[in-house]
Design a protein around this ligand. Structure first.
Ligand code: NAP
Length: 324
């Protein structure tokens, strides 16, 4: 029987159990995949701790993976056994094999290997919607990316730079600053020791940035608002330091008629059209080497708890891949 990482209750990394789970046969519109690489994302931590509810327990966690189609269910068009595919935002990813709706899958070109696909789908589709839909970045814009050396962060820095933006990036260490700067970040901000908004004002001649892409959440929310220029956009899209506390929208007026949005990749991949648009752009920039995927940590699937510990302890950079 195939193995998977499941939780039977929410809690710390110790609730992640490596166990045998029956996969079964695909129903209409589904396929069965043999997975070769699974992505690790902060959303997996939120689901493990209970910050985001899972549909039912026990649950196989994991939202992203790549692999090969083994069996195709009735009514599936355009996919056959043997196709290499990848997906994001479909719970059940931490597994050797799984069933999945075919309309969630993106076929992989030869230029993108399975580990790269598992490292880029969820984070890359996120970077795509943030830069193209949430606040469409234009050449000449200055933006601020928090956790710039992280999984989503490194993709945002590279892609925004390619679009012609000037990129400020907050980082937790000197090593992370080096990495971010090698991937499109023009100016690192050491947010553990520097005042973020003061530093942003210094770097932008007092003006502030057009947009802040903030995945850190609670710890950076106010500084992010204070870093914006008039009419600037705060995309608060994650909670790695905890959930943003409720706030009074009146504070946005004196700070410059600001916009705050709390987007999710779930909405941005809810239709086939939205998913394909993002995936095509992502595959294009990765295939051409414009956006490089940094797999800086790999773990055996059985060692997923260790990978969670490292991610939560801010010990990772770029993407982490779990190998079934
Ligand atoms: N809304 C969406 O659609 C969406 C989609 C994908 C991801 N996300 C969010 O984007 C964020 C990034 O995800 P990722 O998987 O790429 O993770 P990641 O950025 O690689 O890892 C999190 C990083 O956040 C920073 N951080 C700051 N305060 C932290 C704290 N108290 N605890 C832990 N980390 C802290 C750390 O970098 P430093 O050491 O440099 O501070 C850490 O390495 C997550 O918040 C995730 O939920 C949202």
């Amino acid at each position: 029987m195939p193995n998977a990482i499941r939780i039977h209750e929410t809690g710390g990394p110790e609730v992640l159990r490596y166990e045998q789970v029956e996969t079964g046969e695909p129903g209409p519109g589904q396929v069965r995949i043999r997975q070769t690489a699974c992505g690790l994302n902060f959303i997996d931590v939120y689901m493990r701790t209970g910050l985001y509810p899972v549909p039912e327990l026990p649950a196989t966690l994991g939202m992203e993976a790549a692999g090969v189609i083994e069996v195709v269910g009735d009514g599936v068009k355009d996919l056959v056994a043997g196709d290499r595919v990848a997906y994001a935002m479909a719970i059940g990813g931490y597994a050797e094999t799984r069933l999945i709706d075919a309309n969630k899958l993106i076929k992989l070109p030869d230029a993108i290997d399975d580990q790269t696909a598992a490292a880029m789908m969820l984070k890359g589709l996120t970077a795509h919607y943030l830069l193209f839909r949430t606040y469409p970045v234009k050449a000449g814009d200055t933006i601020l990316v928090h956790a710039a050396a992280g999984g989503v962060g490194l993709l945002l820095c590279q892609w925004a730079k390619h679009l012609g933006a000037s990129v400020l990036g907050s980082v937790g260490s000197r090593e992370k600053a080096e990495l971010a700067m090698a991937h499109g970040c023009d100016h690192p901000i050491f947010y553990r020791e520097e005042n973020i908004s003061q530093r942003v004002r210094e770097l932008t001649d007092g003006e502030g940035v057009a947009a802040v892409y903030d995945s850190v959440g609670q710890a950076t929310f106010e500084a992010s608002l204070d870093s914006l220029r008039p009419f600037g956009v705060l995309a608060t899209f994650g909670n790695s330091s905890g959930k943003v506390k409720s706030f009074d929208p009146n504070i946005l007026a004196p700070k410059g008629s600001l916009y705050v949005t709390r987007p999710t990749l779930a909405t941005h991949t809810a239709t086939r059209e939205l998913l394909v648009e993002g995936a095509e752009r992502l595959i294009d920039v990765v295939s051409k080497g414009i956006v490089k995927i940094n797999i800086n940590q790999t773990y055996a699937l059985a060692e997923t708890a260790q990978a969670h510990r490292a991610l939560e302890a801010r010990k990772t950079t770029g993407s982490t891949v779990l190998i079934p």
